[in-house]
Design a protein. Structure first.
Lengths: 296, 137
């Protein structure tokens, strides 16, 4: 089971939920991996405090022009979807940080004047903490290609019972890279107009990706009822509600996980997990029934 | 001499635009005749690489000088390769800027004066509580 914790809005509590779920499940004897896919600002390590045992660079391939072969025709600049190449006075300029490693320049070059060379854009670190296998990625400062590092984090994972992915916020490419092949997505929000607006965007994203999902409401006793009403209208299950408990904020500010500082919340996360696995299994059964009914 | 000025509108009576890559207009000015060709910038809302694209377009127009407010490293690199001089820190009415240029008021910069993505208006920078990142990469 690969569960991605995502949210349209930043600062809703993805990391809090990911870290607490991972530790709760590990405490119950499950094999758990926590993958911090927010490679621009990873922060799960602050709460898990893992011992890093292994680090490996993430590289992407970028083009390099062979000047003797290049005729300066400019086709590479024309085909570059990401504007990473300019051809000025017959000279090819490559803007490496804009390159998405798509390979179009090399593919379309009529003179075969491109080499592809690896370039480091970040690192993957792995370790252990409280029975949880921990992996996170760190995008190098100034780099833009977070999806490459996110893929690196996911490739470093193995077939554990449970993998929990802490996704970046929003609905853009890095988020898609993180949640794409998850079995289930938990969308974290808060009961405010901003929370609802960004939840609707995130729901649109996971529906398009066709991944089953449910909602968690953090600081659930503030704001208004609009998020709940929206979920009711849309038939979306709310599997977790965390109250606006000052003690949680205090624990957070000390870098402590909720279930350690406030053990009474362990039950909350256990129940959340039971609900998620239930929804996931129902979903699988429903799919099976459709397959049987349609004979596919 | 043919020069380019980044502006907010299509005439010499418009203001010099401080952002290079995302300036609404580029005016190509013949400094002898003061004849103007205005080109609307297609890269105003580009996801990334606006400076590079705009610098390439300006290079293709055969200018020798560029007057603008700020120029980042990518656009600057294109201009260096093209042998085009960049005058940064230019502001006010475009016509006056051209006159000042003709009087020798500006010196060319030999390095970019702002970091990349300077003119993106906070997109992708103000991340954190209350705001998801929305830069597409």
């Amino acid at each position: 089971m690969r569960l991605a914790i995502a949210s349209g809005k930043g600062g809703t509590g993805k990391t809090t939920i990911a870290a607490n779920l991972a530790l709760t499940l590990a405490g119950k004897g499950k094999t758990v991996q926590l993958l911090d896919c927010d490679v621009e600002e990873p922060n799960c390590h602050i709460f898990l405090k893992p011992e890093i045992e292994k680090a490996a660079p993430v590289t992407v391939l970028i083009p390099e022009v062979i000047e003797e072969t290049c005729t300066g025709c400019g086709i590479c600049a024309d085909v570059c979807e990401f504007k990473a190449i300019a051809v000025i006075k017959g000279k090819v300029l490559i803007f490496r940080e804009l390159c998405h490693s798509c390979g179009a320049c090399k593919l379309f070059c009529p003179e075969d004047a491109f080499l592809e060379v690896p370039r480091e854009v970040g690192i993957i670190e792995e370790g252990k903490a409280n029975g949880v296998r921990f992996i996170h990625g760190l995008l190098n400062i100034g780099e833009l290609m977070s999806p490459a590092v996110i893929h690196g984090v996911k490739e470093a994972a193995d077939e554990a019972d449970i993998a929990i992915l802490d996704s970046p916020p929003g609905t853009s490419c890095p988020v898609i890279a993180a949640v794409k092949d998850a079995d289930f997505v938990l969308l974290v929000t808060e009961p405010t107009p901003f929370g609802l607006n960004d939840l609707e965007l995130a729901v649109g994203m996971v529906r398009k990706l066709d991944i089953p999902f449910a909602v968690a409401i953090n600081r659930s006793d503030i704001g208004n009822e609009d998020v709940k009403e929206y979920c009711g209208r849309e038939g979306i299950e709310i599997v977790l509600e965390i109250p606006n408990d000052r003690r949680i904020a205090e624990a957070y500010s000390r870098g402590e996980v909720v279930i350690h500082a406030l053990p009474e919340y362990q039950k909350t996360f256990e129940t959340c997990w039971t609900k998620i696995t239930g929804l996931h299994e129902n979903g699988l059964q429903a799919k099976q029934q459709v397959k049987t009914a349609t004979g596919r | 001499m043919r020069i380019a000025v980044t502006t907010t509108g299509p005439s010499l009576d418009d203001q010099v635009e401080a952002r290079f890559g995302r300036a609404p207009y580029y005016l190509f000015v013949d400094t002898e005749t003061m004849e103007v060709e205005a080109v609307q910038n297609p890269n105003v809302a580009a996801g990334g690489g606006a400076g590079i694209q705009s610098a390439q377009m300006i290079s293709d127009h055969g200018v020798q000088q560029v007057l603008t407010g700020n120029c980042g490293p990518n656009a600057f690199q294109v201009f260096s390769a093209a042998g085009i001089q960049v005058k940064v820190g230019v502001s006010g009415i475009a016509r006056q800027a051209v006159e000042q240029f003709k009087a020798g008021a500006f010196t060319a910069t030999n390095q970019p004066n702002v970091a990349d993505h300077h003119g993106m208006g906070g997109v992708g920078q103000g991340r954190g509580m209350g705001m998801g990142r929305n830069r597409r990469s």
